[in-house]
Design a protein around this ligand. Structure first.
Ligand code: HEM
Length: 75
């Protein structure tokens, strides 16, 4: 997020854009639940977060956090 961390595994989630800005809301929820249901390729590494790992309320909170970070960045 915003260049923090080693950034060796996945993409930055706010720079240059935040996934809440370029994913349709329903596609982002699907992606977080099961990335391969949105797009898939052999080297894909991101794990899915099913209801056993993230409740609906927790998923809402993660997405609200992402949207909030996008809002802060664009101020
Ligand atoms: C709730 C936590 C997470 C969120 C919100 C999240 C979000 C995302 C999003 C939105 C993308 C798609 C970016 C794009 O294609 O534009 C992505 C890709 C990716 N994420 Fe995550 N992610 C999370 C957890 C993780 C974890 C735990 C890992 C690694 C263990 C991971 C590794 C990756 C990788 C490697 C990609 C690139 C696509 C792939 O190879 O699967 N993510 N992430």
């Amino acid at each position: 997020m915003n260049g923090g961390g080693s950034a060796e595994m996945g993409p930055d989630l706010n720079l240059p854009m935040n996934p809440t800005e370029y994913f349709q809301a329903s596609a982002l929820r699907r992606y977080l639940r099961e990335p391969t249901s949105v797009r898939a390729w052999p080297e894909q590494k991101m794990p899915g977060f099913g209801p056993d790992r993230l409740s609906e309320a927790e998923l809402d909170a993660v997405i609200a956090y992402l949207a909030h970070m996008a809002e802060l960045r664009s101020r």
